[in-house]
Design a protein around this ligand. Sequence first.
Ligand code: SAH
Ligand code: SF4
Length: 393
Amino acid sequence: MTAACAETTAAVEPQEGKINLLGLSAEKLTRFFADIGEKPFRATQVLKWIHQMGVDDFDEMTNLSKGLREKLKVAAEIKAPEVVSYHDSADGTSKWLIRVSDGNCIETVFIPEKDRGTLCISSQIGCSLDCSFCATGKQGFNRDLTAAEIIGQLWIAAKAFDSLGAKANRVVSNVVMMGMGEPLLNFDNVVDAMGLMLNDNAYGLSKRRVTLSTSGVVPMLDQLADVSDVSLAISLHAPNDELRNELVPINKKYPIATLLASARRYLDKMPDVRRKITVEYTLIDKVNDRDEHARELAVLLSDIPCKINLIPFNPFDQSDYKRVTNTALNRFRDILHRAGHTVTVRTTRGDDIAAACGQLAGTVNDKTRRSERYEHQSEYKNQERPVKFVNGQ
Ligand code: SAH
Ligand code: SF4
């Protein structure tokens, strides 16, 4: 556990009886103002103060009357989670360690590229799904993040970059739900937070620039299409069920065919026929990186509108897996290319500050005690790792 993370815990807990406006969707904020006898336009004003100006003090909201500000101070607060530390990587990647409660910390990462700045956001403290190659999964699970804690990560980054001024050229243009946790297992809070990301009175990001990544919680994916139209990334990582059962245990419950059918239904509900899903495939040395895996994947995805994102496995302490070799990576990519697929390779960024994908582990008070089991198992390195079924489902 990070000592700095464990020190205090009270700061982010909402004060008794006060409602935290940070995580309220536009609809919920409007309802809040109706409940205190105020007109709906107040919600728009406050939404702008909080999310566009980064204001967390009602006294700074100068277009609200003094009376209303006093009323708000009694009933509400604007409370972002507390930043424990901030690190810049040599390649421009930034990472925040954010305290959320009870000694738990999450990590949020900003990855600048030529034409965009992507913020990678966490949705849960830990993850219950236990994918075999994932540092978050190995930490077990504590709880869902609240909507305020999810949108709070964007609020913190946007405010930090704002304070640097325009010259610093650090702007969050894209958000990916690819940090700690499985977003579809924290459905309502994630949907509320994504709504704020898209809302023109809040962050105003385009739906193409907000991506939800899931390992395949099919019933929730089907529900997502009814309430949201953000971009979708599916964490596939294997071209057949036998291998995927090993890497992504939730596959035993929702196998590949079921998952891809659901992803297709998601696309079918989108108004824009050109939209594609992103298929994420983490390449692990001698596990899922063989030529026949690439060929099988090419066929499997032949009629799915998608682009394939190959992610070289990022090693971490509790894992015996190795990063794919460059030769295997190039062969894999070429086979998919030749089959007519659009393929991108995710370059590893920020690994000097452990900010690369799958290295996000924060600090989790594991309620599942999975992390203890892994410590025990690590005494038996190189023995076959038992495949466990998911909990939290
Ligand atoms: N739970 C969601 C989102 C978080 S994981 C999901 O699984 O999609 C975000 C992405 O990082 C996923 O594609 C995941 O498979 C990938 N990932 C996890 N651990 C990794 C590692 N060690 N190396 C590379 N990619 C990893
Ligand atoms: Fe959870 Fe995603 Fe990690 Fe799997 S890859 S354990 S679903 S965070």
